[in-house]
Ligand binder design. Sequence first.
Ligand SMILES: Cc1cc2nc3c(=O)[nH]c(=O)nc-3n(C[C@H](O)[C@H](O)[C@H](O)COP(=O)(O)O)c2cc1C
Length: 315
Amino acid sequence: MKLKNLRIGNLIARLPIIQGGMAVKVSTAPLAAAVANEGCIGLIAGSGMGPLELKEEIRKARELSDGILGVNIMVAISEFKELVKIAVQEGIDLIVAGAGFSRDLFTIGRENNIEIVPIVSSVKLAKISEKLGASAIVVEGKEAGGHLGTDQPLKTLLEDIVEAVKIPVIGAGGIVEGQDIAEVINLGAAGVQMGSRFVLSEECEVDYEFKKLYLEAKADSTVLIDSPVGLPGRALKNAFIENLNSEQVFTGKKCNYLCLKKCSRRFCIFKALREARLGNMEDGLVFAGEKVHLLNDILPVKQIIKNLVDQVSDL
Ligand SMILES: Cc1cc2nc3c(=O)[nH]c(=O)nc-3n(C[C@H](O)[C@H](O)[C@H](O)COP(=O)(O)O)c2cc1C
């Protein structure tokens, strides 16, 4: 099987692979640029960065690549609008938005010639997105790492959603090798979004302890947690998760960050994600997809993409 281009509005990526945005500086400029340089689409995660940091990160990525670069911003965060504004000012190619739904984003996209790609997990939201002017949608199944909007497997969702809309549908969740890409494309998807595979890249800037947890993962190592965002989140078991289960985690009522529009205050999600990124497994929340145990090497992005393309072409 040969992989085709991925067209999202006016953008054409040579390969139908998007590197998913990963919050709190898991996907930053070096990773997104390396992916874009291979003819795929690289996403910088804006969530967990301040507006100035995001601006710098976009500029850095542009210096490293003239490929297709986007941002992923969670609708649930307080700074959503400010971060979108910065991305627009910096002339980003596309905005991918999950963990909530923003109607205003489509107007901003139309007015500024930026492709808007919401992340959805239902036929209803897929249809609404198309009607509002989405250039494509990412359909994320329950296998995905990070916040989840469904308990349904990707394949079940795809079967219904590709029938329901005409815009390109991009499958995400549990895609780690060429065989997975082929299956999703055979179900009618125009492309895939992958997160976990790109964490285990040389360009991903997280601490080695974060990557080590990925490398050591077994088939039953991921768990679902109740995120303060109000959604379940898929993460790897570690000391932090044990503390969370035994309710030993700080549940302060006072908070100066106000990083989420609505927060359950069970624990501070941004602090937990930041600690993980820095390698502190006692206090760190490590998001990862359900198939992380099938990944066992840290590779340069170039090699990751080459392997995927070779695996697909052997099918
Ligand atoms: C560490 C990590 C952080 C993530 N952060 C975000 C995020 O900020 N926003 C978002 O929409 N998705 C986020 N995701 C989901 C990814 O963009 C992607 O859709 C998902 O990882 C796909 O599943 P996979 O890991 O099985 O490939 C995150 C995933 C991981 C593993």
